[in-house]
Design a protein around this ligand. Structure first.
Ligand code: FES
Ligand code: FES
Length: 225
């Protein structure tokens, strides 16, 4: 866990990690983890290269066409994290149980640990990094998470956000019970479900009615003026 801000600290504030800043970093795309060191790896620890049985394919990820070499048996979660550097997608169980790896494929939530990369050619893949606008404005659901601070360790957070965004595309006006049902495929090890639901319901409200102006400009907003 990151250090919490000490209000009495004399350190330069720009060097102090607050809980709010930590959440902002994770929700905007897992920026706390460097992907660079993973990029040369593939399943089984093989070195990069077509000689290892990989094939060069093109994927539509977050609106960009990405050329990537993948193994036949490679999962989308692996490709996103370790080939494309999109570490906002988390790997928890790696066997379709926890939902932390959830991404949208053609706007529908999927466990990316259970989707073979070569099956998503020609489809639109969206990860947490693809939610914010081009100018850096957070997606309303991301903004709601920052405002509510509804997660503890936040490992599960991107999965919940992607599931909620996908769910709300089909059910834009859910009751709390409906939202809970819609997110039932996502687990939180910290078991902070009440606060998570608070955040997701606030996100539903922001997606429907827009983020209130005072919240848009609040401290911690990633929006650039
Ligand atoms: S890592 Fe995919 S469902 Fe747990
Ligand atoms: S907040 Fe820790 S796993 Fe969900």
């Amino acid at each position: 866990m990151p250090e919490m801000e000490d209000p009495k600290s004399t350190e330069n504030p720009s060097k102090t990690i607050t809980r709010r800043r930590f959440i902002l970093g994770v929700i905007a795309g897992g920026a706390v983890v460097s992907a660079a060191s993973y990029k040369i790896l593939s399943p089984g620890g093989r070195g990069r290269g077509l000689a290892g049985g990989e094939r060069l394919i093109t994927l539509n990820v977050n609106g960009k066409m990405r050329r990537v070499e993948v193994m036949k048996q490679e999962t989308l979660a692996w490709t996103l994290r370790y080939k494309l550097g999109l570490t906002g997608t988390k790997l928890g169980c790696d066997r379709a149980e926890c939902g932390s790896c959830t991404v949208l494929i053609d706007d529908v939530p999927y466990y990316s640990c259970s989707v073979l990369t070569n099956t998503v050619r020609g489809r639109k893949v969206t990860t947490i990094e693809g939610l914010e606008a081009a100018d850096g404005t957070l997606h309303p659901m991301q903004k709601a998470v920052v405002d509510e601070q509804g997660f503890q360790c936040a490992f599960c957070m991107t999965g919940f956000v992607m599931s909620a965004v996908g769910f709300l595309k089909k059910n834009p006006n859910p009751t709390r019970a409906e939202m809970a049902h819609g997110l039932s495929g996502n687990l939180c090890r910290c078991q902070d479900y009440t606060k998570i639901l608070d955040a997701m319901m606030r996100g539903a409200e922001y997606m429907k009615n827009g983020v209130p102006a005072d919240k848009l400009m609040a401290a911690g907003s990633k929006r650039r003026a």
